[in-house]
Design a protein around this ligand. Structure first.
Ligand code: FNR
Length: 354
């Protein structure tokens, strides 16, 4: 059997293959609710054979949205429509996951296809928050520095969002601690200039994330799994770095986080990132090797042979596929054919693939 189609057991959850749909904002929600677009988009990738689907960054509070059209899970009213989505994803053979997020200083932005710039006034804009009052771009809104009371409130908001996600039927909860959003803003000394228990030392900078993890883990049973997406490096000197990522991953693993999903960057404007095929893999591979945590790799993984090779060479345990799945919802089905795997196809499509 190929590596890509080897099942992976995480606690009581059986992933049928190693292909994970990477979380990707669709900027298509009103008041945080999923709608026809999200159903079509995610269910297609379940029918397309992905083992696991991680729903896009879904905000734990309205002001934590990247844009006014992000998905949300800040109120109980969101649960019903999300439950319909998770039921359909499962019905078509994939494990439903959700990325719980807060954008911090990178909130209040326009839609990606309108440029994604921060909106600074009007109904679609709001005051952003961050560990320290430092904007991402010089001309962005200066974020309000969170008080320690505010921080505790946000930790509770993550917990409440996790409770709703569980009620809505998600089996995997992924915390978005990457790409320069709020949790990453705490991790990195570039964005965290605090002098209280949340800033300064490594221990203090990881405290916010660990407090969220500590609140969520007790909510889980054997059939619910907690994953964390990190940016392994800020790609700048004196930023968050790969050594800290290894140390953090090890701490998260020992607490009971099941998977570290390894991305990079996003916290510092104007940074040069050497984007090329597989450019983030060495970070995932180092974390896997040094901590033995189940590790996901992401970033320009577009070919079946490339994905298979990464798994075969033990660089990672899961491959997260982003844009290739936007281009081709049937990536996983085509991978099965290419690797000569005898998988279960939806009967309506079977004769077209075999
Ligand atoms: C993303 N990405 C992303 N990442 C994340 O952690 N949460 C998110 O909600 C989003 N949103 C998002 C939207 C869109 C349109 C794109 C293209 C990307 C990043 C994504 O998950 C992935 O890490 C990158 O796209 C790199 O992987 P690929 O696309 O090269 O396979």
């Amino acid at each position: 059997m190929s590596k890509l189609f080897s099942p992976l057991q995480i606690k009581g959850i059986s992933l049928k293959n190693r292909i994970v749909m990477s979380p990707m904002c669709q900027y298509s929600a009103i008041d945080g609710f999923v709608n026809d677009w999200h159903y079509t988009h995610y269910i297609s990738r379940a029918i397309g054979g992905c083992g696991t689907i991680i729903q896009e960054a879904t905000s734990v509070v309205p002001e934590g949205r990247i844009s006014y059209a992000d998905l949300g899970i800040w109120k109980d009213e969101h649960i019903g429509a999300l439950k319909e989505l998770t039921s359909a994803i499962e019905k078509y053979g994939a494990i439903p996951g959700i990325q719980l997020a807060h954008a911090g200083r990178k909130a209040s932005c326009d839609l990606a296809w309108k440029g994604g710039h921060q909106i600074k006034s009007g109904v679609d804009s709001w005051q952003t928050v961050a560990p320290s009052p430092i904007p991402f771009y010089e001309n962005d809104i200066t974020p309000l520095e969170l008080s320690s009371e505010d921080i505790k409130t946000i930790v509770d908001k993550f917990k409440e969002a996790a409770e709703r996600a569980i009620k809505a039927g998600y089996k995997v909860l992924e915390l978005h601690a990457a790409h320069g959003y709020l949790i990453h803003q705490f991790l990195s000394p570039i964005t965290n200039h605090r002098s209280d228990e949340y800033g300064g030392s490594f221990e203090n900078r990881i405290r916010f994330l660990l407090q969220i993890v500590d609140k969520i883990l007790p909510l889980l049973n054997e059939n619910l799994s907690l994953w964390v997406r990190i940016s392994a490096t800020d790609w700048v000197e004196n930023g968050w770095n790969p050594d800290e990522s290894v140390k953090l991953s090890s701490r998260l693993k020992s607490k009971g986080v099941d998977v570290i999903d390894v991305s990079t960057g996003g916290n510092v404007a104007h940074v040069k990132i050497p984007v090329a095929q597989g450019y983030q893999i060495p970070f995932a591979s180092e974390i896997r090797q040094k901590t033995e945590v189940i590790t996901g790799a992401v970033g320009l993984i577009t070919q079946v042979s490339q994905a298979e090779d990464l798994l075969d060479k033990s660089k990672c345990d899961l491959v997260f596929i982003g844009r290739e799945l936007l281009r081709n919802p049937y990536f996983a089905l085509q991978a099965a054919i290419e690797l000569d795997e005898d998988i279960d196809f939806q009967k309506q499509y079977e004769r077209s693939f075999k």
